[in-house]
Design a protein around this ligand. Sequence first.
Ligand code: NAD
Length: 254
Amino acid sequence: MKLPPPPSFQLDGRRALVTGAGRGIGLAAAAALAEAGAEVWLVARSADEVEGAAQAIRDAGGRAEGYVLDVTDTGAVRAFFAARPAPHILVNNAGTNRPKPLWEVTEADYAAVLDLNLRAAFFVAQAAAMRMRAEGVAGSLIHLSSQMGHVGGRNRSLYCASKFGLEGMSKAFALDLAPFGIRSNTVAPTFIETPLTRPMFADAAFRADVVSRIKLGRIGNPEDVTGAILYLASDAAGLVTGTSLLVDGGWTAD
Ligand code: NAD
């Protein structure tokens, strides 16, 4: 008897671009994609970070190159994509947060958070999708959203605005790109311990409050998120587009 084939999570022969890949979730995603066989392009603003990360992946037997690119510079983003073949996978990960009560939010805060989390994410994804379409490359766009793209959070008016925006953007991209075999989805994690959140967890009361809301009772690690990224990148998710994969330990379940 011939058994149905198992799903494939292998990414051999695929090119994957990860933004904000120098540390945190982006670095973990780059390492996981390389481990699955992809050739990974790591981009971030800091040369030291991104080149060290790419070297570490090569040392582990993977294929990786590091590039310095500020994703908020749309001209530089377009030049980056024009200079190389289309990627099959984009992990649109670079992001930031400026948690504060809404009455303390300034226009400079708004510009910093929305410019990176939404405007840059939009134009990076647009540039990737246009290159993929022009070369007839099917593939997967994965945008790092958050549980805060699904529910509100105290002191997170800007962050929620950016991540809810990203959720809508991804769904609309899915519709425009489906005819070209390009999928668009988000991954929406709960609190993950990274350089972005580490300063927040220095406050013991904040940490305890976060843990009490995550039903599985612990803060996440970058490795908790990379399984979802790998799945959405792979052929195992070949019929998945326009959705959001929550990795939130149950935060939003009630
Ligand atoms: P991080 O601060 O640890 O890493 C962010 C990376 O983005 C760094 O490598 C940084 O150099 C890079 N970056 C920042 N600005 C850039 C720019 N203009 N151009 C290029 N690269 C730039 O952050 P993280 O915690 O790993 O978060 C990654 C993503 O996951 C973000 O979109 C974040 O909103 C999202 N997220 C994080 C958490 C969490 O708890 N850590 C939870 C949900 C969602």
